[in-house]
Write a protein that binds this ligand. Sequence first.
Ligand SMILES: NC(=O)c1ccc[n+]([C@@H]2O[C@H](COP(=O)([O-])OP(=O)(O)OC[C@H]3O[C@@H](n4cnc5c(N)ncnc54)[C@H](O)[C@@H]3O)[C@@H](O)[C@H]2O)c1
Length: 270
Amino acid sequence: MSAPNTAQAHVPSSGSGSITGPHVLITGAGGGIGRALVAAFRQTGATISGADQVLAGMNDLDLDHRLAFELTDAVACATAIEDLIGERGPPDILVNNAGFTRGETLGQVDQVVWEREIAINLTGAFHVTRPVTAAMAAHGGGSIVFVASVNALGHYGNPAYSAAKAGLVAYARSIAVESGEKGIRANVVCPGSVRTAAWDHRLAKDPAILEDVVGHYPLGRMVTPQEVANAVVFLASPLASGITGAVLPVDGGLTAGNLRFVRDVIERRG
Ligand SMILES: NC(=O)c1ccc[n+]([C@@H]2O[C@H](COP(=O)([O-])OP(=O)(O)OC[C@H]3O[C@@H](n4cnc5c(N)ncnc54)[C@H](O)[C@@H]3O)[C@@H](O)[C@H]2O)c1
């Protein structure tokens, strides 16, 4: 079921506000949040194109179309997007979800780590977004959601990744401002810690790490992949038709303030 590729697909329908079968392209579809995105968009009746580094990572997913490309390879991205548009038409919705980090603190960020994390998380998203935005503009509009991170909003480690994610916020705003008149919206979701494969390397080193993580969250827990996906679906949908250039934390309250400061400095001494 595919929606018309017109700006009308992004205007609220009378009352229900539900998505009525647009074509969604999701990068990093085989990852933890990507899988939740596929499931959440499936529930809306969307036609889903999933992209990831290798096709094998998406074998078990309920997708209408699969694309495999390395985000840092500009030519591979352009070719894959061109083929997708040729076969399925331009996406009505693009979710830039793929991401990667390993350098945890400044001391661990050398030239190689810096360039790799900027290349995947920022330039990689640009490689996909540029041709999709052009196609959306030519077909009356669309909606783009970037999955950034709380690292875009404050420092929680991973300096190069954080710089890249903050760059996504700036990039989304530039699209929102310059492409709004073409019917294109661009918004950002900033998840807090989510238990996905992205945590496997840290858990392998320290199986108790998540117990320390949750203590920083006002909700007393990490957010789930589904909660991130819900926010993305909302921002992509007609319910958010007046929202563009927005940055929405889905972070259990992490960026609302400093819970440990309140407890240790104010409450305990009160
Ligand atoms: N898990 C968290 O705690 C957390 C917190 C904040 C933000 N995020 C962001 O959410 C998004 C999804 O993360 P996740 O937790 O599902 O991680 P994940 O590791 O489960 O999934 C990431 C996906 O991106 C793909 N990917 C990575 N590098 C790629 C490359 N060079 N080319 C093509 N594809 C590539 C992977 O193959 C994978 O499918 C990422 O952008 C991540 O930065 C995650």
